[in-house]
Design a protein around this ligand. Structure first.
Ligand code: CP
Ligand code: NVA
Length: 312
């Protein structure tokens, strides 16, 4: 019998030690791409649009000597044209690893249950683990490899991007703060996971309603859209509920001088972030986008058991 493949479905699937190891691998690959996935094939099974995740996986696999096949939202009909478990078992016979972008976390979990190959969550409504790895790789590049005690504040919705971010940042011992309106805070299991990791690494997790409280003295400020993909019908309600959670000059002035500005993109200027803050000299937004390549290259190599081949 084949051993069960290793998956990355949620940020919590990586142990604390794995997070640092993966970021070290990503940094090494960025300095010197290495063909550790020669001849390996990655399928991208996407049910939502994407610029960064799709292109960065394709570029990453090419850097590692592998190839990709992209399956667009209209093509497969995951769970509609064909049962999730059948799609999963078929793709497992064709390729070596798959990245799935879909709606509910339960879809990617069911997919992985039947998969004979590693499955990467390329964004669900609940998690975006690849984004968080790229984000922390970027923060390490700016603040140094040891992020213990360094402060990061997320302002906005408690869904995919913030969930993965807080778990991953807590794994590195950061002082993590988050402000969300009532009813939009992270789900309890994510909070417990991040808090447990913070306890293990000497970090901290502070959840508040008031954005000013979260950003006070923070060295890194992060925001994401108020209306995520699939929530378009709620956008009017959300514009009202998130008013006051905009990353603007007044909020940035409460943070540490020169605080880094982060956003996973795409951004809705004038909603969660002002044009001025987005374009500020302290923005590291496009470094985050660039680092998706190296974080995902490392993740793919790790899940395929090739990360120990990565050299300095
Ligand atoms: N940040 C991110 O995942 O971007 P895409 O939706 O364009 O892939
Ligand atoms: N929260 C956003 C992230 C996009 C990368 C969304 O789910 O649409």
């Amino acid at each position: 019998m084949q051993p069960r493949p290793r998956h990355l479905l949620a940020s919590a699937d990586l142990r604390v030690a794995d997070v640092s190891f993966l970021l070290d691998c990503a940094a090494k690959l960025k300095l010197r791409p290495q063909r550790v996935l020669e001849g390996r094939q990655l399928a991208l099974l996407f049910e939502k649009p994407s610029l960064r995740t799709r292109v960065s996986f394709q570029v990453a696999m090419r850097h590692l000597g592998g190839e990709t096949i992209y399956l667009a939202p209209q093509e497969v009909g995951l769970g509609e044209r064909e049962a999730i478990k059948d799609v999963s078992r078929v793709l497992s016979r064709y390729v070596d690893i798959v990245a799935v972008r879909t709606y509910g976390q339960e879809i990617v979990e069911e997919y992985a249950e039947y998969s004979g190959i590693p499955t990467i969550n390329a964004l669900t409504n609940e998690e975006h683990p690849c984004q968080a790895l790229a984000d922390l790789l970027t923060v390490r590049e700016k603040l140094g490899d040891d992020l213990r005690g360094r402060s990061l504040a997320f302002i906005g919705d408690g869904n995919n991007v913030s969930a993965s971010l807080v778990v991953t940042a807590a794994s590195l011992g950061m002082d993590v703060r988050m402000a969300a309106p009532k009813g939009y805070m992270l789900p309890e299991p994510v909070v417990s996971e991040a808090a447990a990791r913070a306890a293990e690494t000497g970090g901290s997790l502070t959840l508040v309603v008031d954005p000013a409280e979260a950003v006070a003295g923070a060295e890194v400020l992060y925001t994401d859209v108020w209306t995520s993909m699939g929530q378009e019908r709620e956008s009017e309600r959300r514009r009202i509920d998130f008013a006051g959670y905009q990353l603007n000059r007044a909020l940035v002035e409460k943070a540490a001088a020169g605080a880094l500005i982060m956003h996973d993109l795409p951004a809705h200027r004038g909603e969660e972030i002002t044009e001025e803050v987005f374009e500020s000299p302290h923005s590291i937004i496009f470094d985050q986008a660039e680092n998706r390549v190296w974080a995902q290259a490392a993740a793919a190599a790790f899940l395929l058991g090739r990360a120990d081949q990565i050299e300095d």
